[in-house]
Design a protein around this ligand. Structure first.
Ligand SMILES: NC(=O)c1ccc[n+]([C@@H]2O[C@H](COP(=O)([O-])OP(=O)(O)OC[C@H]3O[C@@H](n4cnc5c(N)ncnc54)[C@H](O)[C@@H]3O)[C@@H](O)[C@H]2O)c1
Length: 228
């Protein structure tokens, strides 16, 4: 990562963009605001954007009071205007990857979100893919799209993979109840252990203790009933 970007992050001047304001994206918004960053949330569903800008959360793990507090402190806004991505320094992609009939992840959301980001890439920007997907997605899907814009990944812009492991409703580990894998080996095992059920909307077992019963929530990871 460049010194410029590191400094912006250390001093909390980095503007954070979260793409996809669902079960993964919205808790992440709240955590970044708590950590002292200005956060812009992007979603394609206008009713979600409106609800958030009115201070109303639709995610059980995120109290509306947390959204209202972020709005009041002018630390957060939600939008469907992807041009605002151009002003972001750090972008987390939290879009769905539902399973297709053949049990492969539907990559269309990742692809469309990465197109929006690629069109507004700038030097010293970091993009983090949070969606559950197969190992190699950043290298095979995102990096070529970014390089086609004339930037060098790893020198001009930075790309990382950080699959979320949110366990909705589980607060045992403090904060949002989420954790992250830290190596490609754990990424691979997380994928093989959990992706198939998680991407279809059935939540993973808690990694903090005894197995919890699988939950189907929401009924579809494409966001119903919010689907426009
Ligand atoms: N929620 C969990 O517990 C959990 C756990 C592990 C992994 N994941 C993974 O995280 C990813 C997101 O899951 P989720 O549960 O938050 O999904 P979700 O359906 O709750 O939220 C995704 C959001 O992305 C929005 N979206 C779709 N296309 C978009 C685009 N092009 N630009 C901006 N926003 C867009 C949708 O409108 C929706 O609000 C998936 O890959 C999922 O498998 C989720």
């Amino acid at each position: 990562m460049s010194e410029t970007l590191k400094r912006r992050i250390r001093t909390r001047r980095a503007k954070v963009g979260i793409l996809g304001l669902g079960y993964v994206g919205l808790p992440l918004v709240v955590e970044f605001v708590r950590a002292g960053f200005d956060v812009t949330g992007f979603d394609v569903v206008a009713s979600k954007v409106d609800a958030l800008n009115r201070g109303r959360s639709y995610i059980p793990d995120v109290p509306s009071s947390a959204v209202r507090s972020a709005l009041k402190r002018k630390r957060f806004r939600a939008t469907s205007n992807f041009d605002l991505l151009a002003g972001m320094d750090a972008v987390s992609m939290c879009v769905p990857t539902p399973l297709s009939k053949t049990r492969d992840p539907d990559m269309s959301f990742v692809e469309s979100a990465s197109r929006e980001v690629a069109a507004r890439l700038h030097r010293d920007m970091i993009v983090v893919l949070e969606s559950t997907t197969y190992p190699g997605t950043t290298r095979e899907v995102l990096a070529p799209r970014f390089q086609a814009k004339g930037v060098v990944v790893g020198r001009d812009v930075f790309l990382a993979f950080s699959p979320e492991r949110i366990d909705p409703g589980c607060w045992r580990r403090g904060g949002s109840g989420s954790g992250r894998t830290s190596s490609s080996r754990s990424r691979r095992s997380a994928w093989t252990r959990g992706t198939r059920s998680t991407a279809s909307g059935t939540r993973r077992r808690s990694s903090a203790g005894s197995p919890r019963p699988a939950r189907r929530w929401p009924p579809s990871s494409t966001g119903a009933p919010w689907t426009a």
